[in-house]
Design a protein around this ligand. Structure first.
Ligand code: OSB
Ligand code: MG
Length: 368
């Protein structure tokens, strides 16, 4: 396929809820979108980097610069045998995987549309619906926490994940576990702890959590392995895994027993599939994480989740939870914790051009 032209669009979407994690509070989402054109169709992707480097090191401003000046000039007007070949064209650049993933993921969508095949099927997936849970931010108190959990359990989500931080961990988890003895429950610390907190984290072993997500530093594997040796609850790696090599090292070291696969964090679908395969070889389950994506990134996540080793529910909950108005025409809604895979070629979703053009803060076109 040939990349004939590209468009960079940036929209700002107000979040329906205040999302508090150990690293900050979000009330809106700035969504960079990349559209690649070729052969009469278009492929679309979403950037998941944020305004400030609070989750990993990448930023929206950095990604826009790299796309405009470095990455798009490398692919515009060029032909590629498949998305892996396009990925290799950007392979000599270091880091900045979320920015590179924007090009790679749009290329997968473009290629799948040219072939007339759903993206998940092209990646090797076989499901027509995927199991999903929900990631719930830090609440003002225990009562509010139990209430928000109840609302989402009633909606049928297959796993509840609570954000925790030092000083907000054992209490909310105990309150939720007492109210819901049987739900699949997990916590996510987003790197807020150190090995000095081992005692506090061991206390969480009492609550039957499926895993504890990323308790230690965003770039650590060694301390996680030490901690895992002292806990019975499996650790789940998120921030620490930027590649299939990281996944191999983490699983070989015993840094955790579960991997949260975020397609953009690892550089795109091809690398996400490699992470999936490495984990499978280690007998470690994976699940698909989220970054509060709009419908474009959400649809990519759903397609990736159709691969067989995605055996734990992902974070790709209903789009209507997040936004009054999404950037796509379709509705991505889970029923009883099952998210249907959008049908049709590529991601199967359609950019709402009218809406996006009206609200876009950045709207640029690139040609070879
Ligand atoms: O750590 O999984 C995370 C959102 C932004 C940054 C990091 C994380 C998250 C979530 C939300 O947990 C998942 C979602 O609902 O998309
Ligand atoms: Mg996480």
């Amino acid at each position: 396929f040939t990349i004939e032209s590209a468009e960079l669009l940036v929209v700002r979407l107000p979040l329906k809820f205040r999302f508090e994690t150990s690293f900050g509070v979000q009330t809106e989402k700035v969504v960079p979108l990349l559209v690649l054109h070729g052969g009469g169709v278009q492929g679309v992707s979403e950037g998941t980097m944020e305004f400030a480097p609070m989750y990993r090191e990448e930023t929206i401003a950095g990604a826009l610069h790299l796309l405009r000046e470095v990455f798009l000039p490398r692919v515009l007007g060029k032909s590629f045998a498949n998305p892996e070949a396009l990925h290799d064209a950007l392979g000599s650049f270091r880091g900045n995987r979320m920015a590179r993933a924007m090009v790679e993921m749009a290329a997968w969508d473009l290629w799948a549309r040219q072939l007339g095949v759903p993206l998940g099927q092209l990646l090797g997936g076989r499901r027509n619906a995927v199991e999903v849970g929900v990631s719930l931010g830090i609440q003002p108190d225990e009562t509010a926490t139990v209430d928000v959990v109840r609302r989402h359990v009633e909606q049928g989500y297959r796993r509840i994940k609570l954000k925790i931080k030092p000083g907000w961990d054992v209490q909310p988890v105990r309150a939720v576990r007492e109210a819901f003895p049987d739900i699949r429950l997990t916590v996510d610390a987003n790197s807020a702890y150190t090995l000095a907190d081992t005692g506090r984290l061991r206390a969480l072993d009492a609550f039957g959590l499926t895993y504890i997500e990323q308790p230690l530093a965003w770039d650590d594997l060694v301390d996680h392995a030490q901690l895992q040796g002292r806990l019975s609850t499996p650790l789940c790696l998120d921030e620490s895994v930027a590649s299939a090599q990281d996944a191999r090292k983490g699983l070989a070291l015993g840094s955790g027993g579960v991997v949260n696969v975020k397609v953009a964090r690892v550089g795109g679908h091809a690398e996400a599939r490699r992470v999936h395969d490495v984990a499978q070889a280690f007998g470690a389950p994976v699940w698909c994480g989220g970054m509060l994506e709009s419908g474009i990134g959400r649809a990519h996540n759903i397609h990736l989740s159709t691969l067989p080793n995605f055996t734990l529910p992902g974070d790709t909950s209903s789009a209507s939870r997040y936004w009054e108005k999404d950037v796509i025409l379709e509705e991505l809604e889970a029923t009883d914790g099952l998210m249907p895979v959008p049908q049709g070629p590529g991601t199967g979703v359609t950019l709402d051009r009218e809406f996006v053009s009206r609200v876009a803060e950045v709207q640029e076109e690139f040609r070879a």
